[in-house]
Ligand binder design. Structure first.
Ligand SMILES: Cc1cc2nc3c(=O)[nH]c(=O)nc-3n(C[C@H](O)[C@H](O)[C@H](O)COP(=O)(O)O)c2cc1C
Length: 345
């Protein structure tokens, strides 16, 4: 019964974050459980060759499913059961009680990545709260000291990312710079979400189209110098995992990441991930040294702060017209129903 009822909530669960907004998760409804797996077509083999961000995104999705189900009074819990061959991470299955969480569907709905300007970073209480969330899973959240080096590190990471033709081709595949195309409202990174003006979006599209010619002429350096997120304020936080985190552990840490982001959201803060710092071995090593932890333990880095203005909502592939009805019957949250621009997604 709870499994069948969950199906109608799926569009809300798809509000989970994913790297490049690829939405890699897939649900398989079985008699006694719902298997959570992934579609390789929606992974990032060039930019995320180890699958770390894939597994963090899948974990974030699992946590989102549990929150949305619990808020609707559905009794589901999670059993991890990682199988690369079957492309699954585990199952949602019926439980005696709803999942215990301080978060609500409205938090899931309202949270968004914010790449804009921040007025300030997290205070000591918020830092302690997110650190406590990660500590309960054997990790921690650490403030990355700015001390001048972080900007240079970020530029070095960006340069390396933009120098790799396969990574750039993959980024191009997920960029959504043309509002006239139907996939603009389905997935990927839109010009609006990236905070690009129309001329900037046109310029980026042209630069990436000419990439093979311009790359030897220094385009990667130019692209890396073109944006300075640290100048837009906030503090930089690192999510530190326990040593020797395996693939199922990374999925579990995706759940932790989601709880961290929702804790920040509840405090009026937003996150802007800077994954390139972790993707590039050299900058990850430096981060590890700055934080005095083994570099492999740094699984995610993000700029955090109080947004100056609300960020645009990102697109999702699943748009179920029935979700409005589902929300009004299952969720007593008038604000959610009122604000949900399902027509826009
Ligand atoms: C594991 C992970 C890594 C991410 N890395 C980046 C990143 O390096 N830069 C960035 O701007 N956004 C990053 N994001 C944010 C996604 O692009 C974002 O979640 C997605 O576009 C959906 O938007 P939303 O978070 O507003 O729902 C990351 C998200 C996840 C879950």
């Amino acid at each position: 019964m709870d499994l069948a009822a969950f199906r109608a909530l799926e569009p809300l669960c798809w509000r989970a974050p994913s790297a490049h907004n690829t939405q890699p998760w897939r649900l398989r409804y079985e008699r006694w459980a719902i298997t959570v797996g992934w579609d390789p077509a929606d992974t990032l083999p060039a930019g995320d060759p180890s699958g770390r961000d894939l597994r963090l995104s899948l974990g974030a999705f699992v946590e989102t499913c549990l929150i949305v189900a619990a808020d609707a009074g559905l009794r589901l819990d999670w059993v991890a059961d990682h199988d690369e061959h079957d492309r699954r991470v585990g199952r949602l299955r019926p439980a005696r009680q709803p999942y215990r969480t301080p978060f609500r569907t409205s938090d899931v709905w309202d949270r968004r990545t914010d790449r804009g300007r921040f007025t300030g970073g997290p205070d000591v209480d918020v830092l302690a709260a997110v650190d406590a969330v990660a500590r309960r899973a054997g990790g921690g959240v650490r403030l990355v000291p700015r001390a001048g080096r972080l900007g240079a590190l970020l530029r070095a990471a960006d340069r390396q990312v933009y120098a790799d033709p396969a990574v750039v081709a993959e980024l191009r595949r997920w960029l959504r710079l043309d509002p006239a195309r139907p996939d603009y409202r389905a997935d990927g990174l839109s010009d609006r979400c990236l905070g690009l003006s129309r001329p900037a979006a046109t310029g980026l599209r042209a630069a990436l189209a000419a990439y093979p010619v311009l790359r030897p002429l220094g385009l990667p350096r130019l692209l890396a110098a073109g944006d300075d997120p640290l100048a837009r304020g906030g503090a930089v936080l690192a999510l530190v995992a326990p040593p020797d985190l395996d693939a199922p552990g990374q999925v579990e840490f995706g759940r932790v990441l989601m709880r961290v982001w929702l804790t920040l959201h509840a405090a009026g803060l937003a996150a802007h991930p800077l994954s390139q710092l972790v993707d590039v071995a050299a900058t990850r090593d430096t981060l590890g040294a700055l934080l005095d932890v083994a570099p492999q333990r740094v699984v995610h880095v993000t700029r955090v702060g109080r947004p100056v203005a609300a960020a645009p909502r990102s697109a999702r592939r699943i748009r179920d017209g029935n979700v409005r009805k589902t929300c009004s019957s299952l969720l007593d949250d008038r604000r959610l129903i009122h604000e949900s621009p399902y027509g826009l997604m």
